[in-house]
Design a protein around this ligand. Structure first.
Ligand code: FAD
Length: 411
C-alpha cells in the first residue's frame, strides 16, 4: 500500500513512522527545506513534548483542550497517550526528563526530538521529500489519490494523510493552506483564530509604563457573567498588553469572546499568593504610621508596577501614606482591571483555535467524507493549553492515523 503524508511536522513524522511500521510504503512530503522546522522552536528550544498530568485519574480533556470532539481525544489518549509516547521515544534512543510533570528531551534540546524522528523515518524506510509543496489532491476514478506538487510533479497514492498543521506560526510552514486542500475534498474548516498568544489591551497608557516587567501574577478573564477562566504564573508586560504563559492560557477564551464582538476585561493580581486580608494585616496602622508608599510597597512588587498603580491612584512614591489610600493601592495591586481589544495575529501565535471538525473523521482519523483520506494534528479542531498538550495531540493523532491508514493497529 502506498501512503502519502503531507507535512513533516510533529504529527506527520509520527504518522509516517507508524504507517511504515505497519507495513505501508510511505512518502512524506514537506514543503520546507527540512523536516520538523516548528519543533526546533517549541518549548523555547527545549521542546515540552508531553505532560504526565495526562496520565492522572483527575485529568479531564475538557480542562486542557478546546475541541468539538472531546470523546475522540479521550479515546485517542487511551490508545496512544503519554506512556506510549515516552516508550516510543525511549525505544528510538531518546532519553527524556520529567520537570514537575512537563516532559522534555533529556538533552534539553528540541533538536534531539527532530533528529530522533528523522533517524526513525530512515530506519523504517520512509521516503522523506523536502522542498515538496503539495498544491492539490484529487480523488481518481480508481479510488487512488493524485498529489500535485508546486514544482509541477505529481504522483499516485492509495491513501493520504493530511498533517499540514493549522495557521499559527506560518514562518514554519503551517500557513493554513491545508484547510484549502481538504476543503476541495469536501471537508469544512470552521473559523480559525490564533491562540496561545499575547493579548492586546486598550489601556496603552498603563502598558507603556509597565513594558518589560516580568512578574508573578494571576490573570482573570472576565465577562459580564463573571470569571471565564484564570491562570497564575510569570506574566510578561509589553507596551501593548500582556504576554507570557498565564496570558497564553487564557487567550483561547479571550479570543472566543472577542470573536463574538464582546470586550472582555482582564483582572491582574500582582500579589496572587496573599489574600487582601493578610496584606491589610501586614500593613497595620502601627506599621504604616508616617511611612511613605515606597516604604510600604517597595518591598512587595516591581518598581514599575508600583509606579503605575500609584499614578493610577493619584499618589507618589514619597508621599506619606494614609489609611484610605493604602487600601486603594492594595486593591489595585490585587485587581488591576484592563480591557482586551484583540489577540496578536497568527504570526505571533503558537497554535490555531478551530479547524476541521472532529465530526468529519472517525476515531481512526479517517475522513467520513472521503475514505482513504486521514487527518491529524493541528489541522483538526483541537487546541490545547501550554504544557506539552499540543504536541501530545500531534503524536497521538499522527500515530493512530498512520497505523489505521496502513490497516494494522500497532497498539
Ligand atoms: C513557538 C512555538 C512553541 C511551541 N511550543 C510547544 C511546546 O513546547 N509544547 C507543545 O505541546 N506544543 C508547542 N507548540 C505547538 C506545537 O508545536 C504544534 O501544535 C504542533 O507542532 C502541531 O503539529 P502538526 O504536525 O499538526 O503541525 P506542524 O508542526 O505545523 O507541521 C505541519 C507541517 O506541514 C508542512 N506543510 C504545510 N502545508 C504543506 C503542503 N501543502 N505541502 C507540504 N508540506 C506542508 C509544514 O511546512 C509543516 O512542516 C509550539 C508552537 C510554536 C509556534
Amino acid at each position: 500500500m502506498k501512503v502519502a503524508v503531507i507535512g513533516a511536522g510533529a504529527s506527520g513524522m509520527m504518522a509516517a513512522i507508524s504507517a511504515a511500521r505497519a507495513g505501508a510504503r510511505v512518502t512524506c512530503l514537506e514543503r520546507n527545506e527540512k523536516a520538523g522546522k516548528k519543533l526546533y522552536a517549541t518549548g523555547n528550544g527545549r521542546c515540552n513534548f508531553s505532560n504526565l498530568s495526562m496520565d492522572s485519574k483527575d485529568f479531564h480533556v475538557g480542562d486542557w483542550y478546546y475541541t468539538d470532539g472531546p470523546e475522540l481525544l479521550e479515546k485517542a489518549f487511551d490508545r496512544f497517550g503519554v506512556k506510549e509516547v515516552c516508550r516510543f521515544f525511549q525505544e528510538c534512543g531518546m532519553l527524556y526528563a520529567d520537570r514537575d510533570g512537563y516532559l522534555y528531551p533529556y538533552s534539553g534540546q528540541a533538536a534531539t526530538v527532530v533528529l530522533t524522528l528523522e533517524r526513525e523515518l530512515a530506519q523504517v524506510k520512509v521516503t522523506l521529500v523536502t522542498g515538496a509543496r503539495v498544491i492539490a489532491v484529487e480523488l481518481c476514478p480508481d479510488g487512488r489519490f493524485e498529489l500535485m506538487l508546486e514544482n509541477g510533479k505529481s504522483a499516485l497514492f492509495d491513501r493520504v494523510i493530511f498533517a499540514c498543521g493549522g495557521k499559527a506560526a506560518p514562518v514554519f510552514g503551517s500557513d493554513g493552506n491545508g484547510y484549502a486542500l481538504v476543503q476541495k475534498l469536501g471537508h469544512h474548516a470552521n473559523a480559525v483564530r490564533p491562540s496561545l498568544c499575547a493579548i492586546r489591551c486598550k489601556e496603552t497608557f498603563i502598558f507603556k509604563k509597565l513594558s518589560g516587567v516580568r512578574a508573578r501574577a494571576r490573570v482573570r478573564l472576565l465577562s459580564p457573567e463573571g470569571v471565564v477562566t484564570q491562570d497564575i504564573g510569570e506574566l510578561q508586560l509589553t507596551d501593548y498588553g500582556i504576554s507570557g504563559i498565564p496570558t497564553f492560557q487564557i487567550s483561547h477564551c479571550a479570543g472566543a469572546l472577542l470573536a463574538q464582538n464582546r470586550t472582555p476585561s482582564i483582572e491582574i493580581d500582582f500579589l496572587p499568593d496573599f489574600t487582601l486580608e493578610a496584606l491589610e494585616e501586614l500593613l497595620s496602622p502601627a506599621r504604616t504610621e508616617k511611612a511613605t508608599y515606597q516604604d510600604l510597597f517597595g518591598g512587595m512588587v516591581h518598581r514599575k508596577v508600583l509606579d503605575c498603580i500609584l499614578t493610577q491612584c493619584g499618589l507618589g512614591f514619597g508621599n506619606v501614606a494614609d489609611r484610605a489610600a493604602i487600601k486603594k493601592v492594595l486593591h489595585s495591586l490585587k485587581a488591576l482591571r484592563v480591557t482586551a481589544v484583540s489577540l496578536n495575529d497568527f504570526s505571533q501565535a503558537q497554535v490555531t483555535a478551530g479547524g476541521v471538525a472532529l465530526s468529519e473523521i472517525t476515531e481512526n482519523f479517517e475522513s467520513r467524507l472521503v475514505p482513504g483520506v486521514y487527518l491529524c494534528g493541528e489541522l483538526l479542531n483541537v487546541d490545547g493549553k501550554c504544557g506539552g498538550y499540543n504536541l501530545q495531540w500531534a503524536w497521538s493523532s499522527g500515530w493512530l492515523a498512520g497505523s489505521a491508514c496502513a490497516g494494522r493497529s500497532l497498539i
